[in-house]
Write a protein that binds this ligand. Structure first.
Ligand code: ZN
Length: 351
């Protein structure tokens, strides 16, 4: 299986976050990238550096203002008096917003929906290269590979057309789906990150040609809070083409696999030409952002289920944060998808 990773993304190491009113360290550390690379290595997978994708790939999903903001925000931010090391908004437009602001503080509030997606010196390069990885994986599948994996950092599924939040910047999965859509009449996105894929849902919410399905912890009591409920089914032409499967907090393998089974049945009925999998690993029982209680073996079974769907599949890394299990969880999922027995990696001396 071809895998894509851009070494430049390791320079993106965001620091700022607010948790329960306290300034804490951001969870999307560069160390995640190294742990995920170790998961690939355990399966003998060697990632390729992707070619640069076209700007048009970004602009079919995102607004020009948002892309330009991501590219220039850090440089402009540094011109502020006593500027911090990262772009972090401290004001946000209300629902009555009407005028796109000129000042960097106003644009930071406009485009960054919460303070969990700080932009540092290397963030634009990392997110641009993450999008390159997603498009390269889509190209591999369009060229006939049954599946491909993109190790994207930062992740993307919380970003909509015009704004970022929750550790995400560009929406890599949506960019891959839009790229695939140029070659297939219908494309499906399945998001198994523990958090609802609110950005991806919003991007395709009024479209019948891209089915979006998300399996996540119930957002009544969990990030991203404002979306991810069962009654959100799409709008206009997209009515009926968005499916949210919210699970009670701390649900384990059984409920999670039932939801994946239900999602794959809906996707099979849609008969897409290709599937984009938003592969979050933060549903794991030991993830620091814990919302569900999926086991490492549960990820392997999920990989087997996705492979059994027999759809050309672009797997795009989303969440999954620092824990001793992150490497195992990626190896277990991809091993399951590739039909590799668990002992292939479970007995690896590097563990
Ligand atoms: Zn997540």
């Amino acid at each position: 299986m071809r895998c894509f990773h851009a070494p430049e993304s390791l320079a993106h190491d965001p620091d700022f976050r607010i948790t329960n009113g306290r300034v804490t360290r951001n969870a999307e550390r560069a160390e995640r990238g190294r742990l995920l690379l170790a998961g690939l290595d355990r399966l003998g997978l060697v990632p390729e550096a992707p070619p640069r994708c076209d700007d048009a790939d970004l602009l079919t999903v995102h607004t020009p203002e948002f892309v330009a903001f991501l590219e220039t925000a850090w440089t402009e931010w540094q011109k502020l008096p006593n500027a911090g090391a990262e772009v972090v908004p401290n004001t946000h437009p209300q629902k009555t917003r009407s005028t796109y602001p000129r000042h960097i503080l106003g644009r930071a509030g406009w485009h960054l929906a919460d303070p969990s997606a700080p932009i540092g010196e290397h963030s634009w390069t990392a997110t641009r290269r993450a999008a390159d990885c997603a498009v390269a994986a889509a190209r591999a599948v369009l060229d006939g590979d049954p599946m491909a994996y993109a190790l994207c950092r930062p992740p993307g599924h919380h970003s909509d057309a015009d704004s970022a939040s929750g550790h995400c910047l560009l929406n890599n999965a949506a960019i891959a789906a839009a790229h695939l859509r140029r070659h297939h009449e219908r494309v499906a996105v399945l998001d198994i990150d523990v958090h609802h894929g609110n950005g991806t849902q919003a991007i395709f919410y009024d479209r019948a040609d891209v089915l979006t399905v998300s399996i996540h912890a119930d957002p009544m009591d969990y990030y991203p809070f404002f979306n991810g409920h069962a009654h959100e089914t799409g709008q206009g032409a997209g009515e009926g083409y968005n499916l949210n499967l919210a699970l009670p907090r701390d649900s384990g393998d059984g409920a999670w696999h039932d939801a994946i089974r239900q999602a794959l049945a809906r996707i099979a009925a849609f008969a897409p030409g290709a599937l984009v999998l938003s592969l979050g690993l933060d549903a794991h029982e030991n993830d620091p952002l814990r919302g569900l209680a999926v086991t490492t073996n549960g990820f392997q079974v999920a990989g087997e289920m996705i492979a059994a769907a027999a759809l050309p599949c672009v797997m795009v890394q989303e969440g999954g944060y620092l824990s001793a299990d992150l490497t195992d969880n990626l190896a277990a999922f991809l091993g399951g998808a590739m039909g590799k027995a668990p002992e292939t990696f479970a007995t690896d001396g590097a563990r």
